[in-house]
Design a protein. Structure first.
Length: 151
Protein backbone atom coordinates (compact mmCIF):
# COMPACT_ATOMS: atom_id res chain seq x y z
CA UNK A 1 0.00 0.00 0.00
CA UNK A 2 1.51 3.32 -0.98
CA UNK A 3 0.97 6.65 0.74
CA UNK A 4 -0.28 9.75 -0.96
CA UNK A 5 2.42 11.84 -2.61
CA UNK A 6 0.64 15.02 -1.59
CA UNK A 7 1.94 16.24 1.77
CA UNK A 8 0.36 18.81 4.03
CA UNK A 9 2.88 21.49 2.90
CA UNK A 10 2.11 20.85 -0.76
CA UNK A 11 -1.61 21.21 -0.08
CA UNK A 12 -1.06 24.47 1.82
CA UNK A 13 1.11 25.90 -0.97
CA UNK A 14 -1.51 25.01 -3.56
CA UNK A 15 -4.24 26.67 -1.43
CA UNK A 16 -2.11 29.81 -1.14
CA UNK A 17 -1.54 29.91 -4.92
CA UNK A 18 -5.26 29.56 -5.56
CA UNK A 19 -6.03 32.34 -3.07
CA UNK A 20 -3.42 34.66 -4.68
CA UNK A 21 -4.88 34.02 -8.16
CA UNK A 22 -8.36 34.78 -6.88
CA UNK A 23 -7.20 38.02 -5.17
CA UNK A 24 -5.39 39.11 -8.32
CA UNK A 25 -8.48 38.52 -10.45
CA UNK A 26 -10.62 40.51 -7.98
CA UNK A 27 -8.19 43.45 -8.06
CA UNK A 28 -8.16 43.36 -11.86
CA UNK A 29 -11.97 43.46 -12.00
CA UNK A 30 -12.06 46.29 -9.44
CA UNK A 31 -9.65 48.35 -11.55
CA UNK A 32 -11.82 47.81 -14.61
CA UNK A 33 -14.93 48.96 -12.76
CA UNK A 34 -13.28 52.05 -11.26
CA UNK A 35 -11.41 53.05 -14.41
CA UNK A 36 -12.56 56.36 -15.90
CA UNK A 37 -12.93 55.78 -19.59
CA UNK A 38 -12.66 58.63 -22.01
CA UNK A 39 -10.43 61.01 -20.06
CA UNK A 40 -9.78 64.10 -22.10
CA UNK A 41 -6.25 65.19 -23.00
CA UNK A 42 -6.58 68.29 -20.79
CA UNK A 43 -7.43 66.10 -17.78
CA UNK A 44 -4.23 64.11 -18.29
CA UNK A 45 -1.89 67.15 -18.45
CA UNK A 46 0.21 68.21 -15.48
CA UNK A 47 1.94 71.57 -15.13
CA UNK A 48 4.85 72.79 -13.05
CA UNK A 49 4.33 76.04 -11.12
CA UNK A 50 6.95 78.70 -10.34
CA UNK A 51 8.03 76.79 -7.22
CA UNK A 52 8.67 73.54 -9.11
CA UNK A 53 5.55 71.74 -7.80
CA UNK A 54 3.17 69.73 -9.97
CA UNK A 55 -0.17 71.41 -10.55
CA UNK A 56 -3.33 70.72 -12.55
CA UNK A 57 -3.72 74.39 -13.51
CA UNK A 58 -1.54 76.05 -16.13
CA UNK A 59 0.97 78.64 -14.86
CA UNK A 60 0.17 82.35 -14.96
CA UNK A 61 1.85 83.87 -18.06
CA UNK A 62 2.42 87.13 -16.14
CA UNK A 63 4.78 85.39 -13.70
CA UNK A 64 6.92 83.82 -16.42
CA UNK A 65 10.52 85.04 -16.68
CA UNK A 66 12.34 85.47 -19.97
CA UNK A 67 15.73 83.76 -20.02
CA UNK A 68 18.26 84.37 -22.75
CA UNK A 69 19.71 81.29 -24.36
CA UNK A 70 23.25 82.63 -23.86
CA UNK A 71 22.73 82.83 -20.06
CA UNK A 72 22.21 79.08 -19.72
CA UNK A 73 25.43 77.30 -18.73
CA UNK A 74 25.70 73.61 -19.38
CA UNK A 75 28.43 71.87 -17.43
CA UNK A 76 30.92 73.21 -14.94
CA UNK A 77 31.80 76.91 -15.35
CA UNK A 78 35.42 77.67 -16.11
CA UNK A 79 37.45 78.52 -13.04
CA UNK A 80 39.39 81.76 -13.08
CA UNK A 81 43.10 81.49 -12.26
CA UNK A 82 43.83 82.13 -8.59
CA UNK A 83 45.53 85.36 -7.56
CA UNK A 84 49.05 84.54 -6.25
CA UNK A 85 48.65 87.05 -3.41
CA UNK A 86 45.65 85.08 -2.06
CA UNK A 87 47.65 81.84 -2.02
CA UNK A 88 49.92 82.98 0.84
CA UNK A 89 48.26 82.39 4.19
CA UNK A 90 49.18 83.15 7.77
CA UNK A 91 48.86 80.73 10.64
CA UNK A 92 50.14 79.44 13.94
CA UNK A 93 51.86 76.09 14.47
CA UNK A 94 49.68 74.07 16.86
CA UNK A 95 51.77 70.89 16.84
CA UNK A 96 55.13 69.90 15.38
CA UNK A 97 57.06 66.68 16.03
CA UNK A 98 60.70 67.30 15.03
CA UNK A 99 61.72 63.62 15.30
CA UNK A 100 59.00 62.48 12.88
CA UNK A 101 59.07 65.64 10.77
CA UNK A 102 55.42 66.61 10.61
CA UNK A 103 52.91 68.85 12.34
CA UNK A 104 49.84 71.04 11.92
CA UNK A 105 49.27 74.75 11.28
CA UNK A 106 46.03 76.48 12.25
CA UNK A 107 44.98 79.16 9.76
CA UNK A 108 44.42 82.50 11.52
CA UNK A 109 41.46 83.47 9.29
CA UNK A 110 39.56 80.23 8.62
CA UNK A 111 40.71 78.35 11.77
CA UNK A 112 41.33 75.39 9.45
CA UNK A 113 44.03 72.89 10.47
CA UNK A 114 46.57 72.19 7.69
CA UNK A 115 49.12 69.36 7.65
CA UNK A 116 52.79 70.35 7.28
CA UNK A 117 55.75 68.06 6.56
CA UNK A 118 59.42 68.83 7.14
CA UNK A 119 59.99 68.74 3.35
CA UNK A 120 57.73 71.82 2.99
CA UNK A 121 59.69 73.94 5.47
CA UNK A 122 62.01 76.79 4.55
CA UNK A 123 62.88 77.74 8.17
CA UNK A 124 62.88 75.58 11.29
CA UNK A 125 59.57 75.90 13.17
CA UNK A 126 58.37 75.09 16.68
CA UNK A 127 54.99 74.94 18.37
CA UNK A 128 53.24 78.35 18.71
CA UNK A 129 55.41 79.87 15.93
CA UNK A 130 53.64 82.32 13.61
CA UNK A 131 54.25 81.34 9.98
CA UNK A 132 53.29 82.18 6.41
CA UNK A 133 52.62 79.31 4.02
CA UNK A 134 50.95 78.16 0.83
CA UNK A 135 48.42 75.34 0.52
CA UNK A 136 48.17 72.51 -1.99
CA UNK A 137 45.73 69.60 -1.98
CA UNK A 138 47.38 66.31 -1.17
CA UNK A 139 45.86 62.81 -1.32
CA UNK A 140 44.53 63.10 2.25
CA UNK A 141 43.65 66.81 2.30
CA UNK A 142 45.33 70.22 2.36
CA UNK A 143 49.11 70.32 2.82
CA UNK A 144 51.24 73.36 3.67
CA UNK A 145 54.42 74.10 1.71
CA UNK A 146 56.88 77.03 1.49
CA UNK A 147 56.44 77.45 5.26
CA UNK A 148 58.46 80.45 6.59
CA UNK A 149 58.65 82.05 10.01
CA UNK A 150 56.80 85.36 10.06
CA UNK A 151 58.97 88.41 10.72
Amino acid sequence: MSTSQETWNKKEREKKKQKDRKDKLERKQERKVNAKEGKSFDDMLAYIDENGNLSSTPPDPGKMKKIKLEDIQIGVPKQLPADPADAIRKGKVTFFNESKGYGFIKDLITQESVFVHANGLINQIKENSKVTYEVEMGPKGPNAFNVKLEE
